[in-house]
Design a protein around this ligand. Structure first.
Ligand code: MG
Length: 309
């Protein structure tokens, strides 16, 4: 499943993102209402010509990384966390994805990040990879969604970098998770950008300020619950040009060991997010740039960069 959080006419909901094939093949009794619930005209394609709030320009012909086609969103009743998959209920209302604004797919209580978890990135930062995972936190207030601006604190920092990363979304309260139970606590995966004020990171020694500005944790475009994170292509583009190009198989500490490690330290709550680290190729962003993080099997997270007034 692809679970998105979205707003339509000011109402915020969760929804199931459906490709055209899935929408047509919907079984009776589940989402079971024709796709015109609000008169937005999804079935006949009206509204699809509109430019989505959520996404980018001509340099990215498949901005959501889904392979094209018209995507729909089927509204969920309530939220999908904490229960079983079969308990997820649809309201019967659907929209064309182009007619809604995608939001950060989750508002976590905390964002736990892993530093230097790809060898090539550790080396480009001037060191060898640490033996144990290095963890740090981003405040929940750093989270923003697909299409939201990344706001550079330009009076405070002279260099704001992108870091494309695979993000894990926790589904259940858990602590001290053993290896054979990690799968039970993972809800799904999304794309993240661990935006970093690189000069402040070097100056401060610890990273809270450099990593913690508002908008420094874009997440999205949605949560994919059915993907195996073991070997996914991860690509970061700046204005369409590939800057980071790696695979999650190169993670020094994989998702399973990271969940075990972090949950030895702190209790994880439903909706908490774990950023697994960035590969080599980090670099600065300027005002007006568009940055996109694409992960195979999940989608593309795109944001524009602006400066704080
Ligand atoms: Mg990072």
């Amino acid at each position: 499943m692809r679970i998105a959080r979205f707003s339509h006419n000011g109402e915020v909901s969760y929804g199931l993102v459906l490709g055209a094939d899935e929408a047509a093949a919907e079984t009776p009794g589940s989402a079971a209402v024709p796709a015109t619930a609000n008169g937005a005209g999804t079935a006949n394609g009206a509204g699809t010509a509109a430019v989505s709030d959520s996404q980018p320009g001509p340099s990215d012909p498949d901005p959501l990384g889904h392979g094209g086609g018209q995507l729909m969103i089927a509204q969920l009743a309530g939220h999908p966390f904490g229960g079983r998959e079969e308990d997820i209920k649809l309201t019967g209302i659907r929209f064309a994805l182009a007619d809604v604004r995608l939001l950060a797919p989750i508002l976590p209580s905390k964002v736990i990040c892993i530093g230097k978890n790809y060898a090539d990135h550790a080396r480009e930062m001037g060191g060898e990879p640490p033996e144990e995972p290095v963890i740090f936190l981003k405040p929940s207030t750093a989270v923003c969604g697909p299409g939201d601006p990344i706001v550079r604190p330009s009076q405070i920092s002279e260099r704001t970098d992108y870091e494309g990363e695979l993000a894990v979304v926790i589904g259940r309260l858990c602590r001290q998770v053993p290896a054979d139970r990690v799968d039970e606590v993972i809800f799904g995966y999304t794309c993240a950008n661990d935006v970093t004020a690189r000069d402040l990171q070097a100056r401060d020694g610890q990273w809270t300020r450099a990593k913690g500005f508002d908008t420094f944790c874009p997440l999205g475009p949605w949560i994919e619950t059915d993907v195996d994170p073991a070997d996914l292509a991860l690509t970061t583009r700046l204005n369409g040009e590939i800057k980071q190009d790696s695979r999650t198989s190169l993670l020094l500490h994989d998702v399973r060991s990271l969940i075990m490690f972090v949950s030895q330290v702190m209790t994880l709550l439903p909706g908490d997010v774990l950023l697994t680290g960035t590969p080599a190729g980090i670099g600065p962003m300027d005002k007006g740039d568009q940055v996109s993080v694409t992960i195979e099997g999940i989608g593309t997270l795109s944001n524009l960069v602006t400066d704080r007034d």
